[in-house]
Design a protein around this ligand. Sequence first.
Ligand SMILES: *Cc1c(COP(=O)(O)O)cnc(C)c1O
Length: 390
Amino acid sequence: MVRHTGRHFLQIPGPTNVPDRVLRAIDQPTIDHRGPEFAELAKRVIAGLKRVFGTKGGVAIFPASGTGAWEAALVNTLSPGDTVLAFETGHFATLWRALGLRLGLDIEFVPGDWRHGVPPGELERRLAADASHRIKAVMAVHNETSTGVASRIAELRSAIDRARHPALFLVDTISSLASLDYRHDEWGVDVAVGGSQKGLMLPPGLSFNAVSAKALAANKAAKLPRAYWEWQPMLAAADTGYFPFTPATNLLFGLDAAIAMLEEEGLDNVFARHERLAEATRRAVKGWDLEILCLDPAEYSSALTAVLVPAGHDADAVRKAALERFDLSLGTGLGKVAGKVFRIGHLGWFNELMLMGTLAGVEMALALAGVPHRKGGVAAAMDYLSGNRR
Ligand SMILES: *Cc1c(COP(=O)(O)O)cnc(C)c1O
């Protein structure tokens, strides 16, 4: 077995690197979740999460991976057989749809090429054609973590409004929250789905729903069976500080610290940092003369970049070399792009030199794996980071 020294480079697009400060916050004695100290913590954390989501509405916290909050979003707002409109932007959109089908929803799935986000024009056309309002909800993944494509949520909202359609707008923000600009209330999203292990810099284990007033009204009429995932007692925790069942207390300690870090940096600065590191990454990819999976620069993701390897080469060979030789984990290709892309995560607790280490590891791994490329990607990224910034 190879022994590694120094820090492992966890540059998959989630789970992300957990800051030392968050690790220290988690490493505390567990407290009574029915006691006064916990209630203070819970209220503070929920209020902080509302600021991160950009909402004055409710936020529910479930001890689960992001998939749990996907399910909660659907069972709390919809009834068996309801029609939902969704778009095949990539692997996560496909998985969310599969979960909805298992719950007994009728999901109209618009095919996609995995290189674009949700098309606003197509969304508007389909909703405008639905005069009887058969479609009860629209599902969209904000940042498609399998492809590195970010859908334009504000534009999608405008498309729904132009079609004058009452469908609920459900958005997966698992890998965008606290990395890409996201504004729940301003963008008129009804249910946002979040997770702890991406931009929020925590270990896996917490998932979130941000809930609009319209979604809450839908909750009262929704007939899909739900027990554990019922919103009402969870949302009450914002006022009482007490959850209906045992919360993941120590992860909430970590979340408290993570929100403090994000707000000390300032969310706008957090987004700008992600944009800067993403742009440096794209310059490296172009420097290597390789192709970025995302085709539309308006949809480039600031959280990760998916890189295509030339036909006849195996993207996983690059990942294998990076891990074995340099202790660097890169994201694998998922679903339809398996073997064709590797993904560089540049989200969460991350900075310029961590990026340069990552890009150097990729450039060396490309050589070791025998993938044809030009040298100089790392140099192009350095030029960008050391030059005058916008
Ligand atoms: C990570 C991720 C998920 C899956 O979340 P789990 O925590 O693995 O359940 C869903 N959607 C997106 C966009 C993600 O990035």
